[in-house]
Design a protein around this ligand. Structure first.
Ligand SMILES: [Zn+2]
Ligand SMILES: [Zn+2]
Length: 424
Protein backbone atom coordinates (compact mmCIF):
# COMPACT_ATOMS: atom_id res chain seq x y z
CA UNK A 1 0.00 0.00 0.00
CA UNK A 2 2.84 2.33 0.83
CA UNK A 3 4.20 1.93 -2.69
CA UNK A 4 0.85 2.70 -4.26
CA UNK A 5 0.54 5.94 -2.30
CA UNK A 6 4.04 6.89 -3.38
CA UNK A 7 3.21 6.28 -7.03
CA UNK A 8 0.01 8.25 -6.83
CA UNK A 9 1.96 11.10 -5.29
CA UNK A 10 4.47 11.17 -8.08
CA UNK A 11 1.80 11.04 -10.80
CA UNK A 12 0.01 13.93 -9.12
CA UNK A 13 3.21 15.91 -8.89
CA UNK A 14 4.05 15.22 -12.52
CA UNK A 15 0.65 16.50 -13.55
CA UNK A 16 1.28 19.69 -11.61
CA UNK A 17 4.74 20.18 -13.04
CA UNK A 18 3.51 19.45 -16.55
CA UNK A 19 5.67 16.63 -17.80
CA UNK A 20 5.46 12.87 -17.56
CA UNK A 21 7.98 10.36 -16.46
CA UNK A 22 8.39 6.74 -15.57
CA UNK A 23 7.62 6.38 -11.95
CA UNK A 24 9.91 4.58 -9.53
CA UNK A 25 8.63 1.10 -8.95
CA UNK A 26 7.21 0.81 -12.44
CA UNK A 27 10.58 0.45 -14.01
CA UNK A 28 11.17 -2.35 -16.45
CA UNK A 29 11.86 -5.78 -15.10
CA UNK A 30 14.64 -6.56 -17.48
CA UNK A 31 17.29 -6.49 -14.83
CA UNK A 32 20.57 -4.72 -14.63
CA UNK A 33 20.67 -1.09 -15.58
CA UNK A 34 17.25 -0.88 -17.20
CA UNK A 35 15.31 2.32 -17.29
CA UNK A 36 18.07 4.67 -18.12
CA UNK A 37 16.27 7.97 -17.68
CA UNK A 38 18.24 10.41 -15.58
CA UNK A 39 15.38 12.79 -15.17
CA UNK A 40 15.09 13.76 -11.57
CA UNK A 41 12.36 15.28 -9.62
CA UNK A 42 11.24 15.27 -6.07
CA UNK A 43 8.90 12.87 -4.44
CA UNK A 44 6.30 13.63 -1.86
CA UNK A 45 8.85 13.79 0.93
CA UNK A 46 10.83 16.46 -0.79
CA UNK A 47 13.97 14.42 -1.41
CA UNK A 48 15.42 13.93 -4.87
CA UNK A 49 13.70 11.05 -6.75
CA UNK A 50 15.07 9.05 -9.71
CA UNK A 51 14.34 6.25 -12.06
CA UNK A 52 15.86 3.13 -10.49
CA UNK A 53 18.88 1.73 -12.20
CA UNK A 54 18.59 -1.88 -11.08
CA UNK A 55 21.49 -4.25 -10.72
CA UNK A 56 21.31 -7.95 -11.50
CA UNK A 57 18.94 -10.25 -9.69
CA UNK A 58 20.52 -12.47 -7.11
CA UNK A 59 18.74 -15.48 -5.73
CA UNK A 60 18.59 -17.52 -2.55
CA UNK A 61 16.83 -20.38 -4.34
CA UNK A 62 18.75 -23.59 -4.84
CA UNK A 63 18.29 -26.57 -7.09
CA UNK A 64 15.79 -28.03 -4.67
CA UNK A 65 14.59 -25.15 -2.42
CA UNK A 66 12.44 -22.13 -3.35
CA UNK A 67 13.78 -18.69 -2.29
CA UNK A 68 13.70 -15.00 -3.17
CA UNK A 69 15.36 -12.97 -5.88
CA UNK A 70 16.74 -9.57 -4.94
CA UNK A 71 18.10 -6.66 -6.91
CA UNK A 72 19.49 -3.36 -5.69
CA UNK A 73 19.26 0.07 -7.25
CA UNK A 74 22.65 1.31 -8.34
CA UNK A 75 21.62 4.84 -7.56
CA UNK A 76 20.55 4.17 -4.02
CA UNK A 77 21.44 0.95 -2.27
CA UNK A 78 18.48 1.29 0.04
CA UNK A 79 16.18 0.67 -2.96
CA UNK A 80 15.80 -3.06 -2.96
CA UNK A 81 13.38 -5.06 -5.09
CA UNK A 82 12.47 -8.63 -4.21
CA UNK A 83 10.31 -11.34 -5.66
CA UNK A 84 9.73 -15.02 -4.76
CA UNK A 85 11.28 -17.64 -6.94
CA UNK A 86 10.70 -21.38 -7.26
CA UNK A 87 13.41 -23.98 -6.81
CA UNK A 88 15.76 -23.86 -9.77
CA UNK A 89 16.04 -27.56 -10.46
CA UNK A 90 19.25 -29.31 -11.27
CA UNK A 91 21.13 -28.40 -14.37
CA UNK A 92 22.70 -31.68 -15.28
CA UNK A 93 25.20 -32.04 -18.03
CA UNK A 94 25.23 -35.11 -20.22
CA UNK A 95 25.79 -38.54 -18.76
CA UNK A 96 29.40 -39.63 -18.57
CA UNK A 97 30.23 -43.32 -18.48
CA UNK A 98 32.29 -44.19 -15.42
CA UNK A 99 32.21 -47.97 -15.70
CA UNK A 100 31.78 -49.70 -19.01
CA UNK A 101 29.22 -52.52 -19.11
CA UNK A 102 30.24 -56.00 -20.13
CA UNK A 103 28.31 -59.16 -20.89
CA UNK A 104 28.67 -60.14 -17.24
CA UNK A 105 28.21 -56.93 -15.30
CA UNK A 106 26.31 -53.70 -15.51
CA UNK A 107 28.22 -50.50 -16.10
CA UNK A 108 27.58 -47.10 -14.57
CA UNK A 109 27.32 -43.52 -15.71
CA UNK A 110 27.23 -40.23 -13.81
CA UNK A 111 25.99 -36.71 -14.39
CA UNK A 112 26.91 -33.56 -12.39
CA UNK A 113 24.80 -30.44 -11.76
CA UNK A 114 26.32 -27.28 -13.18
CA UNK A 115 24.95 -25.30 -10.20
CA UNK A 116 26.54 -27.50 -7.56
CA UNK A 117 29.16 -30.14 -8.26
CA UNK A 118 28.11 -32.07 -5.16
CA UNK A 119 24.85 -32.83 -6.95
CA UNK A 120 25.49 -35.98 -8.93
CA UNK A 121 23.36 -38.79 -10.21
CA UNK A 122 24.46 -42.22 -11.23
CA UNK A 123 22.59 -44.83 -13.10
CA UNK A 124 23.20 -48.33 -14.30
CA UNK A 125 24.17 -49.06 -17.85
CA UNK A 126 22.60 -52.44 -18.58
CA UNK A 127 24.84 -55.38 -19.16
CA UNK A 128 25.59 -56.00 -22.80
CA UNK A 129 23.59 -58.67 -24.62
CA UNK A 130 24.96 -62.15 -24.30
CA UNK A 131 26.75 -63.34 -27.37
CA UNK A 132 26.60 -67.02 -26.46
CA UNK A 133 24.44 -69.26 -24.37
CA UNK A 134 27.57 -70.30 -22.49
CA UNK A 135 28.09 -66.69 -21.46
CA UNK A 136 24.53 -66.53 -20.27
CA UNK A 137 25.19 -69.61 -18.15
CA UNK A 138 28.31 -68.01 -16.68
CA UNK A 139 26.38 -64.89 -15.83
CA UNK A 140 23.50 -66.81 -14.30
CA UNK A 141 25.95 -68.71 -12.13
CA UNK A 142 27.23 -65.47 -10.66
CA UNK A 143 23.84 -64.13 -9.64
CA UNK A 144 23.24 -66.17 -6.57
CA UNK A 145 26.39 -65.95 -4.54
CA UNK A 146 24.99 -64.30 -1.41
CA UNK A 147 21.91 -66.36 -0.87
CA UNK A 148 21.11 -69.02 1.65
CA UNK A 149 20.53 -72.60 0.73
CA UNK A 150 16.79 -72.13 0.90
CA UNK A 151 15.30 -71.65 -2.49
CA UNK A 152 13.66 -68.35 -3.07
CA UNK A 153 11.50 -66.86 -5.75
CA UNK A 154 13.27 -64.38 -7.92
CA UNK A 155 12.85 -62.77 -11.23
CA UNK A 156 16.13 -62.09 -12.83
CA UNK A 157 15.32 -59.17 -14.97
CA UNK A 158 17.69 -59.19 -17.86
CA UNK A 159 16.25 -56.03 -19.25
CA UNK A 160 18.84 -55.46 -21.88
CA UNK A 161 19.50 -59.02 -22.70
CA UNK A 162 19.75 -57.83 -26.22
CA UNK A 163 16.50 -56.07 -25.55
CA UNK A 164 13.80 -57.07 -23.17
CA UNK A 165 14.36 -60.66 -22.26
CA UNK A 166 13.96 -62.05 -18.82
CA UNK A 167 14.67 -65.16 -16.88
CA UNK A 168 12.34 -65.89 -14.06
CA UNK A 169 11.80 -68.67 -11.67
CA UNK A 170 12.37 -69.92 -8.20
CA UNK A 171 16.10 -70.08 -8.00
CA UNK A 172 17.99 -72.08 -5.46
CA UNK A 173 21.33 -71.61 -3.81
CA UNK A 174 23.38 -72.19 -6.85
CA UNK A 175 21.69 -71.75 -10.15
CA UNK A 176 23.74 -74.14 -12.11
CA UNK A 177 23.35 -76.81 -9.51
CA UNK A 178 19.62 -76.27 -9.51
CA UNK A 179 18.64 -76.15 -13.12
CA UNK A 180 15.30 -77.58 -12.16
CA UNK A 181 14.39 -74.24 -10.59
CA UNK A 182 14.07 -72.41 -13.87
CA UNK A 183 10.47 -72.07 -14.91
CA UNK A 184 10.54 -69.55 -17.71
CA UNK A 185 13.24 -68.31 -19.98
CA UNK A 186 12.55 -65.55 -22.44
CA UNK A 187 15.48 -64.99 -24.72
CA UNK A 188 13.68 -62.68 -27.11
CA UNK A 189 15.85 -59.86 -28.32
CA UNK A 190 19.07 -61.73 -27.67
CA UNK A 191 21.72 -61.80 -30.32
CA UNK A 192 23.28 -65.24 -30.21
CA UNK A 193 22.73 -67.50 -33.15
CA UNK A 194 22.88 -71.03 -31.80
CA UNK A 195 21.48 -73.01 -28.93
CA UNK A 196 24.15 -75.67 -28.50
CA UNK A 197 23.64 -79.39 -28.23
CA UNK A 198 22.09 -80.27 -24.88
CA UNK A 199 22.02 -76.60 -23.90
CA UNK A 200 19.20 -77.09 -21.43
CA UNK A 201 20.02 -80.67 -20.79
CA UNK A 202 23.67 -81.22 -20.01
CA UNK A 203 25.69 -78.73 -21.92
CA UNK A 204 24.72 -75.53 -20.25
CA UNK A 205 23.73 -76.14 -16.67
CA UNK A 206 24.74 -79.56 -15.51
CA UNK A 207 24.06 -83.17 -16.25
CA UNK A 208 20.46 -82.59 -15.21
CA UNK A 209 17.81 -81.26 -17.49
CA UNK A 210 15.90 -78.09 -16.71
CA UNK A 211 13.00 -80.18 -15.51
CA UNK A 212 10.96 -77.25 -14.16
CA UNK A 213 11.30 -75.14 -17.25
CA UNK A 214 7.81 -74.49 -18.58
CA UNK A 215 8.33 -71.96 -21.30
CA UNK A 216 11.06 -70.87 -23.63
CA UNK A 217 11.06 -68.11 -26.17
CA UNK A 218 13.81 -68.53 -28.69
CA UNK A 219 14.89 -65.25 -30.26
CA UNK A 220 14.89 -64.37 -33.92
CA UNK A 221 18.68 -64.36 -33.90
CA UNK A 222 18.92 -68.10 -33.28
CA UNK A 223 19.57 -70.06 -36.45
CA UNK A 224 20.20 -73.51 -35.06
CA UNK A 225 18.98 -75.53 -32.12
CA UNK A 226 21.36 -78.29 -31.18
CA UNK A 227 20.82 -82.00 -30.77
CA UNK A 228 19.01 -82.92 -27.56
CA UNK A 229 18.94 -79.22 -26.65
CA UNK A 230 15.84 -79.56 -24.47
CA UNK A 231 16.06 -83.27 -23.83
CA UNK A 232 14.26 -84.14 -20.62
CA UNK A 233 12.68 -80.76 -19.96
CA UNK A 234 9.68 -82.67 -18.74
CA UNK A 235 7.62 -79.64 -17.75
CA UNK A 236 8.28 -77.64 -20.87
CA UNK A 237 4.85 -76.59 -22.04
CA UNK A 238 5.31 -73.80 -24.55
CA UNK A 239 8.02 -73.30 -27.11
CA UNK A 240 8.22 -70.26 -29.33
CA UNK A 241 10.62 -70.34 -32.25
CA UNK A 242 11.84 -67.13 -33.84
CA UNK A 243 12.10 -66.17 -37.45
CA UNK A 244 15.70 -67.28 -37.89
CA UNK A 245 15.58 -70.94 -36.93
CA UNK A 246 16.51 -73.01 -39.96
CA UNK A 247 17.96 -76.09 -38.29
CA UNK A 248 16.75 -78.17 -35.36
CA UNK A 249 19.01 -81.00 -34.25
CA UNK A 250 17.87 -84.53 -33.62
CA UNK A 251 15.71 -85.16 -30.58
CA UNK A 252 15.94 -81.49 -29.61
CA UNK A 253 12.66 -81.72 -27.71
CA UNK A 254 12.66 -85.39 -26.89
CA UNK A 255 11.20 -86.39 -23.53
CA UNK A 256 9.43 -83.04 -23.25
CA UNK A 257 6.34 -84.90 -22.14
CA UNK A 258 4.34 -81.80 -21.21
CA UNK A 259 4.88 -79.96 -24.46
CA UNK A 260 1.48 -78.58 -25.43
CA UNK A 261 2.24 -75.95 -27.99
CA UNK A 262 4.86 -74.89 -30.45
CA UNK A 263 4.64 -71.48 -32.04
CA UNK A 264 6.79 -70.35 -34.93
CA UNK A 265 7.28 -66.78 -36.03
CA UNK A 266 5.26 -66.14 -39.18
CA UNK A 267 8.44 -64.69 -40.65
CA UNK A 268 10.19 -68.05 -40.47
CA UNK A 269 10.52 -69.40 -44.00
CA UNK A 270 11.77 -72.87 -43.04
CA UNK A 271 9.57 -74.02 -40.18
CA UNK A 272 5.89 -73.63 -39.62
CA UNK A 273 3.17 -75.27 -37.58
CA UNK A 274 0.16 -76.71 -39.32
CA UNK A 275 -2.43 -79.05 -37.79
CA UNK A 276 -0.25 -79.17 -34.66
CA UNK A 277 2.63 -80.53 -36.72
CA UNK A 278 5.95 -78.67 -36.70
CA UNK A 279 6.89 -78.88 -40.37
CA UNK A 280 10.28 -78.44 -42.00
CA UNK A 281 10.03 -77.03 -45.53
CA UNK A 282 6.37 -78.06 -45.48
CA UNK A 283 7.48 -81.61 -46.30
CA UNK A 284 8.72 -83.14 -43.05
CA UNK A 285 6.87 -83.56 -39.78
CA UNK A 286 9.58 -82.78 -37.25
CA UNK A 287 7.61 -82.76 -34.07
CA UNK A 288 4.13 -82.93 -32.65
CA UNK A 289 3.75 -81.75 -29.05
CA UNK A 290 3.38 -84.67 -26.65
CA UNK A 291 0.27 -83.17 -25.07
CA UNK A 292 -1.68 -82.90 -28.30
CA UNK A 293 -5.15 -84.32 -27.85
CA UNK A 294 -7.54 -86.10 -30.18
CA UNK A 295 -6.91 -86.85 -33.82
CA UNK A 296 -4.41 -85.21 -36.13
CA UNK A 297 -4.42 -84.92 -39.89
CA UNK A 298 -0.93 -84.57 -41.25
CA UNK A 299 -1.03 -81.86 -43.95
CA UNK A 300 -1.07 -82.85 -47.60
CA UNK A 301 2.30 -82.52 -49.26
CA UNK A 302 4.23 -83.96 -46.34
CA UNK A 303 6.59 -86.65 -47.56
CA UNK A 304 8.26 -87.83 -44.39
CA UNK A 305 7.54 -88.24 -40.72
CA UNK A 306 10.79 -87.74 -38.89
CA UNK A 307 12.25 -89.97 -36.23
CA UNK A 308 10.38 -89.60 -32.92
CA UNK A 309 7.99 -87.02 -34.42
CA UNK A 310 4.95 -88.24 -32.46
CA UNK A 311 6.92 -89.86 -29.65
CA UNK A 312 4.85 -90.12 -26.47
CA UNK A 313 1.80 -88.33 -27.84
CA UNK A 314 -0.16 -90.27 -25.26
CA UNK A 315 -3.44 -88.42 -25.86
CA UNK A 316 -3.36 -88.85 -29.62
CA UNK A 317 -6.39 -90.88 -30.57
CA UNK A 318 -6.04 -90.89 -34.34
CA UNK A 319 -3.73 -89.84 -37.13
CA UNK A 320 -4.41 -89.44 -40.82
CA UNK A 321 -1.37 -89.83 -42.98
CA UNK A 322 -1.67 -88.25 -46.46
CA UNK A 323 -0.89 -90.13 -49.63
CA UNK A 324 2.17 -87.95 -50.20
CA UNK A 325 4.06 -89.56 -47.31
CA UNK A 326 6.81 -91.97 -48.33
CA UNK A 327 8.67 -92.62 -45.08
CA UNK A 328 7.95 -92.95 -41.39
CA UNK A 329 10.95 -92.57 -39.11
CA UNK A 330 12.13 -94.73 -36.24
CA UNK A 331 10.07 -94.39 -33.06
CA UNK A 332 7.79 -92.00 -34.93
CA UNK A 333 4.64 -93.06 -33.07
CA UNK A 334 6.24 -94.85 -30.15
CA UNK A 335 4.23 -94.47 -26.97
CA UNK A 336 1.03 -93.31 -28.69
CA UNK A 337 -0.93 -95.92 -26.78
CA UNK A 338 -4.34 -94.35 -27.41
CA UNK A 339 -4.04 -94.87 -31.16
CA UNK A 340 -6.46 -97.62 -32.07
CA UNK A 341 -6.08 -97.85 -35.82
CA UNK A 342 -3.96 -96.43 -38.58
CA UNK A 343 -3.75 -96.53 -42.35
CA UNK A 344 -0.35 -96.72 -44.00
CA UNK A 345 -0.68 -95.06 -47.45
CA UNK A 346 0.41 -96.80 -50.62
CA UNK A 347 3.37 -94.50 -51.24
CA UNK A 348 5.08 -95.37 -47.95
CA UNK A 349 8.22 -97.29 -48.82
CA UNK A 350 9.98 -97.31 -45.44
CA UNK A 351 9.02 -97.49 -41.78
CA UNK A 352 11.78 -97.23 -39.17
CA UNK A 353 12.55 -99.30 -36.11
CA UNK A 354 10.06 -99.20 -33.25
CA UNK A 355 7.89 -96.74 -35.18
CA UNK A 356 4.84 -98.16 -33.40
CA UNK A 357 6.51 -99.43 -30.26
CA UNK A 358 4.43 -99.27 -27.08
CA UNK A 359 1.29 -98.57 -29.08
CA UNK A 360 -0.66 -100.96 -26.90
CA UNK A 361 -4.02 -99.64 -28.07
CA UNK A 362 -3.20 -100.05 -31.74
CA UNK A 363 -5.08 -103.14 -32.80
CA UNK A 364 -5.87 -102.41 -36.44
CA UNK A 365 -3.37 -101.46 -39.14
CA UNK A 366 -4.21 -101.15 -42.81
CA UNK A 367 -1.49 -101.30 -45.43
CA UNK A 368 -2.42 -99.71 -48.76
CA UNK A 369 0.82 -100.74 -50.45
CA UNK A 370 3.80 -103.00 -50.11
CA UNK A 371 7.03 -102.21 -48.32
CA UNK A 372 10.19 -104.22 -48.92
CA UNK A 373 11.34 -106.40 -46.03
CA UNK A 374 14.57 -104.46 -45.71
CA UNK A 375 12.64 -101.19 -45.31
CA UNK A 376 10.19 -102.58 -42.81
CA UNK A 377 12.20 -101.64 -39.76
CA UNK A 378 15.73 -100.36 -39.41
CA UNK A 379 18.85 -100.57 -37.32
CA UNK A 380 18.56 -99.06 -33.91
CA UNK A 381 21.22 -99.54 -31.27
CA UNK A 382 23.04 -102.01 -33.48
CA UNK A 383 20.07 -104.26 -34.11
CA UNK A 384 17.54 -104.43 -36.93
CA UNK A 385 14.19 -103.83 -35.26
CA UNK A 386 10.63 -104.13 -36.57
CA UNK A 387 8.33 -101.12 -36.60
CA UNK A 388 5.60 -103.18 -34.91
CA UNK A 389 4.98 -105.29 -31.86
CA UNK A 390 4.36 -108.97 -32.25
CA UNK A 391 4.35 -110.81 -35.54
CA UNK A 392 2.83 -108.11 -37.76
CA UNK A 393 5.89 -107.69 -40.03
CA UNK A 394 5.94 -111.37 -40.84
CA UNK A 395 2.19 -111.56 -41.36
CA UNK A 396 2.17 -108.48 -43.61
CA UNK A 397 5.15 -109.58 -45.72
CA UNK A 398 3.38 -112.88 -46.25
CA UNK A 399 -0.18 -111.59 -46.56
CA UNK A 400 0.28 -108.33 -48.48
CA UNK A 401 -2.03 -105.34 -48.78
CA UNK A 402 -4.94 -105.30 -46.36
CA UNK A 403 -6.07 -104.74 -42.81
CA UNK A 404 -4.47 -106.60 -39.91
CA UNK A 405 -5.95 -106.78 -36.43
CA UNK A 406 -5.14 -108.29 -33.09
CA UNK A 407 -7.12 -109.10 -30.00
CA UNK A 408 -4.15 -110.15 -27.89
CA UNK A 409 -4.64 -108.56 -24.47
CA UNK A 410 -2.00 -106.26 -23.05
CA UNK A 411 -0.28 -107.90 -20.07
CA UNK A 412 1.48 -106.33 -17.08
CA UNK A 413 4.02 -104.96 -17.68
CA UNK A 414 2.79 -103.60 -21.00
CA UNK A 415 6.21 -103.69 -22.63
CA UNK A 416 5.96 -107.46 -22.82
CA UNK A 417 2.90 -107.20 -25.08
CA UNK A 418 3.50 -109.62 -27.94
CA UNK A 419 0.36 -109.57 -30.08
CA UNK A 420 -0.58 -112.10 -32.66
CA UNK A 421 -1.97 -110.45 -35.81
CA UNK A 422 -4.56 -111.71 -38.26
CA UNK A 423 -5.31 -110.47 -41.74
CA UNK A 424 -9.02 -109.65 -42.04
ZN1 LIG B 1 16.48 3.70 -6.95
ZN1 LIG C 1 21.85 -29.07 -8.55
Amino acid sequence: MKKIFKVIGIIALAAVIGFSMTACGEDDDSGGGGGGSTTTTTDGSGTTAHVHDWGDWTTTATCTEAGVETRTCKLDATHIDTRPVAALGHDYANWTQTTAPTEFADGEETETCSRDATHTETRTIPRLPFTTVANMGTWLAAQDENTAVTAYAVKLNVSDFGGGASVSGSVGATLLDNPTKFVSIDLSGSTFTAIPDQAFNAGMFSSTACAALTEIIIPDSVISIGNLAFNGCTNLTCVTLGSGVSSIGYSAFISCFDLASITVSPANTVYKVQNNCLLYNATTVVLVPSRVEGAITIPDGVTSIEMSAFLSCTRLTGVTIPDTVTSIGAQAFSGCYRLTSIDIPANVIAIGANAFNSCTGLTSITFKGMIAETDLGSELGGRFLSPFKGDLSEKYLAGGIGTYTTTTPVPEPANTWNPVWTKN
